[in-house]
Design a protein around this ligand. Structure first.
Ligand SMILES: [Zn+2]
Length: 202
C-alpha cells in the first residue's frame, strides 16, 4: 500500500469523469480502502482538479459549504451513495450483479438542465456558478448517463492489481488493458511477480 493519498487524488486514469469519481477510494477492493474525498471541501478540490468545476465556482461553494455545513455534509453522503452505485453498475456491466437503476433515476430526477459551456483553456467547461451545494455532483451524473448509454458501457474495466479496484474505459484496440495505470499498478505488480518468482526459484 505505497500509493499516497495526496498523489492518488490527482491521478485520473478512468478516462471518464464518472469513473474517475468512482476512483476516489484508493485500494477500493483491499482490506484497507483509503478515502480520497473525506469532506465536502475535498470533493470541491477534486472537482476543480478534474475540471468539472471552475475555480471561481469552487471558491464560491467553499464559502457556502462553510456557512451551510449540515447541507454540505448531506451532499457528501449523496456523493458517496452515487459512488457506490457506480461501483455496482460497473460490476453489472462486467457481468456480475445488477445495476441499481432506481438509485440513478432518483438522482437524475433532481438534475437541472445542463448549463451553457464556457471556454476554459484549450477546452470547455460547464458554466456552473457555485450557487448550489450539489453542483459538484452534476457533472458526474451527466458523465455517467453518457457512459451507460454509449459503447463505453461495453468497455468498462477494472484494474487487475490486487486490491486496487480502480475503474477505467478500456480503449485499447483488443480490450487488453490490465491496469488503471501501467506506470503505477502495472509496475508494482510486475515487480511483485518477479519477486515471488525469484523466491520460488530459490
Ligand atoms: Zn490499479
Amino acid at each position: 500500500m505505497s500509493r499516497d493519498t495526496a498523489r492518488a487524488a490527482t491521478q485520473f486514469f478512468g478516462g471518464r469523469i464518472c469513473l474517475d469519481f468512482a476512483n476516489t477510494v484508493d485500494w477500493r477492493t483491499s482490506g484497507a480502502p483509503q478515502e480520497l474525498i473525506p469532506d465536502y471541501a475535498a470533493f470541491l478540490s477534486w472537482s476543480e482538479r478534474r475540471g468539472t468545476l471552475l475555480p471561481r465556482a469552487a471558491a464560491a461553494l467553499r464559502r457556502l459549504g462553510k456557512q451551510e455545513d449540515v447541507a454540505a455534509a448531506r451532499v457528501l453522503r449523496e456523493a458517496y451513495a452515487l459512488r457506490a452505485a457506480i461501483w455496482s453498475a460497473a460490476e453489472a456491466l462486467r457481468g456480475a450483479g445488477t445495476a441499481d437503476l432506481a438509485a440513478f433515476n432518483r438522482m437524475l430526477a433532481t438534475l437541472p438542465a445542463q448549463p451553457r459551456l464556457v471556454g476554459h483553456g484549450a477546452r470547455f467547461a460547464y458554466d456552473l456558478r457555485g450557487r448550489d451545494l450539489r453542483e459538484p455532483l452534476w457533472p458526474v451524473l451527466w458523465s455517467l448517463t453518457a457512459v451507460l448509454t454509449s459503447e463505453d458501457a461495453d468497455r468498462v474495466g477494472c484494474c487487475r492489481a490486487e486490491g486496487c479496484g480502480w475503474l477505467f474505459v478500456d480503449e485499447s484496440p483488443n480490450r487488453t488493458r490490465l491496469w488503471c495505470s501501467s506506470a503505477v499498478c502495472g509496475n508494482r505488480e510486475r515487480a511483485r511477480r518477479a519477486y515471488s518468482k525469484r523466491r520460488a526459484g530459490r
